[in-house]
Design a protein around this ligand. Sequence first.
Ligand code: THU
Length: 125
Amino acid sequence: MNDKELFLKSREAAKNSYAPFSNFNVGAALLAKSGTVYTGVNVENSSLGGTICAERTAFTKAISEGEREFDAIAISGNGGEAWPCGICRQFMYEFAPDLIVITGDDEEHLDKMTLRELLPHGFKL
Ligand code: THU
């Protein structure tokens, strides 16, 4: 699974995004070390604060299926690049500080950074 393939899966997933409040549709595709890809979307809520981002949806699906090791996550939004928010950076750091994070305007223009670069000195008990 290369970066482009993973990104395209995130874009396909974004079609199921539930974002009636922001209209910012986000999709994520998380590659576990097992080779399985778990997708996720942002799921907004009328309370607004109850909203969950696409990255945390993907991680929660994977963790609840027993996965614990991850290689990469691709994220796509409908407004160009979609780098993970601060809450998601911390959430993902719990499981995969060396995760490769991939995003881009489209599959021909991808950017990537490690989670350690995105969250220096991340917190972990
Ligand atoms: N969102 C994500 O799903 N992932 C991010 O990394 C940034 C933000 C969602 C949350 C909310 O539904 C919408 O984008 C606007 O913040």
